[in-house]
Design a protein around this ligand. Structure first.
Ligand SMILES: Nc1ncnc2c1ncn2[C@@H]1O[C@H](COP(=O)(O)OP(=O)(O)OP(=O)(O)O)[C@@H](O)[C@H]1O
Length: 264
């Protein structure tokens, strides 16, 4: 694919005794949002860690702009990719603003001064993530959702063309779940985003990769991938697609099994 920014070519990942990912192939074209979904332990975070070069494939190739990810220097990758992983450990003595400013680090040498353009970027990121009023608060004093938004603000300041997000809606209330996903959608970046909420994935992602136990179950548009039959099987939970009067797509609804009922 000519415009592919990220590609996995027949990638397997072995960690200890476990085959965490088994012969996965997919690609993300420039400007598209790929949602990675699947049950706990399916390999979603591991796939993200392969994409930014933290883990190395045991087999197959991970390509970034058609070159092996391992051939990039870390500093170069940091300029091109912003990463927000699940529950990263913050330095709690920093203020929100100081932490968000760390997004500038890949673009600067240590003696470079902070410019008015840098401050402009900071203001914009704080505004977009609803953190202006909290900019001088210590990270230790933020709620889980506010902290999550601060990490996303740092990724915005980093100004990379590729954004990798592991459960960015973790800890966020319904309003901010939609706000943050709307925001990242509008950025016109190439995005890979692990999500547990399948309705959010269907609403905000162009393409969906469904993993189960390290295997690729389906890759395509939300409509192609997220079918009731497939989801019931993968999540071992009965599933219905409910038509919705205001939405163009059905709502995915999982419901309780009756006693003795089995799925998959
Ligand atoms: N260092 C490791 N050594 C061995 N197995 C590991 C290691 N790291 C992760 N795993 C296993 O790999 C599998 C995939 O983990 P991963 O975190 O990628 O799943 P996930 O889909 O992101 O899960 P969740 O939805 O729970 O966040 C899990 O079974 C996990 O236990």
């Amino acid at each position: 694919m000519a415009s592919a920014v990220l590609q996995l070519q027949n990638v397997s990942l072995q960690l200890g005794q476990r085959t965490v990912l088994d012969q996965i192939s997919c690609s993300v074209a420039a400007g598209r949002v790929l949602g990675v979904v699947g049950p706990n332990g399916a390999g979603k975070s591991s796939l993200l860690r392969l994409l930014y070069g933290e883990l190395q494939a045991s087999q197959g190739q991970v390509l970034f702009h058609h070159k092996a990810i391992s051939s990039y220097r870390r500093a170069e990758l940091a300029r091109q990719m912003a990463v927000v992983m699940q529950s990263p450990m913050p330095v709690f003595s920093l203020t929100t603003e100081q932490m968000v400013m760390l997004g500038l680090v890949p673009h600067k040498r240590w003696f470079d001064p902070t410019t008015s353009q840098d401050y402009h970027q900071l203001e914009l990121a704080l505004l977009k993530t609803g953190l202006l009023a909290l900019r001088h608060k210590k990270l230790a004093e933020l709620s889980g959702g506010e902290l999550q938004r601060a990490f996303i603000a740092r990724a915005l300041v980093q100004n990379a063309r590729v954004l990798l997000l592991d459960e960015p809606t973790n800890h966020l209330d319904v309003h901010y779940q939609h706000q943050i996903l709307q925001l990242i959608r509008q950025l016109n970046l190439t995005i890979v985003c692990c999500l547990h909420d399948l309705n959010l994935a269907a609403s905000y992602c162009d393409d969906i990769l469904l993993l189960d136990n390290g295997r690729l179950q389906a890759f395509g548009t939300a409509q192609q991938v997220l079918t009731a039959e497939r989801l019931s099987q993968v999540f071992q939970q009965p599933c219905l697609m409910l038509p919705h009067a205001q939405l163009e797509r059905p709502v995915i609804h999982f419901y309780a099994k009756k006693p003795g009922e089995h799925h998959g």
